[in-house]
Each structure stands twice: as C-alpha cells, then as structure tokens.
Design a protein around this ligand. Structure first.
Ligand SMILES: [Zn+2]
Length: 97
C-alpha cells in the first residue's frame, strides 16, 4: 500500500525490492509512460507504461492473510529458509527472505 505521492492509498503487489537503493517496484504504482518507436519489435509505436521504483518509506506492507497494515520480522525455519512473518497473525508473507 502506498502512503504518499500521487498513488497514495493504492494497493499493489510488490514486484521487486532493491535493498541497497532503499526502494521497490510495486505493481501498477508510480507508472512511467515510455514512448516506443515505430518499427521496433513491437511493430506499432505508442506508449507503454512501466512501474518506477517507490521509496520504501512511502509504502506499507499489507498482510495477505489478515489484510491489515503490518510489519514483519525475519524468522529462520528449521529447514534453513529465511522468511518474513506478519507480526499480527504470524503468517509467512514472503518466503524469499
Ligand atoms: Zn497478518
């Protein structure tokens, strides 16, 4: 969920996280219009929309299980996987760690 900016209040899936840059890509949020050239592999010219990174401080994670704004903590499973877990309902939010 986006907290500020022109897409404030919008919900979207997180597509990618860039920890070093401190930002992330959120589906359908902060779209940038890009013009494509006629004659490229897309054949017809026009405008495509692509997500641009949003600063991490401007978004809040919404837990898919309890549907509330939440924070996560990292937990290491017995299998060795690191996951992120919802503090409110203990649901595993992100298995990539
Ligand atoms: Zn939850």
């Amino acid at each position: 969920m986006v907290l500020s900016g022109k897409d404030r209040g919008q919900l979207g899936r997180v597509l990618a996280v860039f920890p070093k840059a401190g930002n992330l890509l959120v589906e359908r949020v902060n779209l940038m219009k890009r013009h494509t050239k006629r004659g490229s592999y897309r054949q017809q010219g026009g405008i495509i929309e692509r997500e641009a990174p949003v600063d991490a401080s401007n978004v809040m994670l919404i837990c898919p299980r309890c549907s509330r704004q939440t924070r996560t903590y990292r937990k290491k499973l017995e299998t060795g996987f690191r996951v992120r877990v919802c503090r409110k309902c203990q649901e595993v939010v992100d298995g990539r760690g």
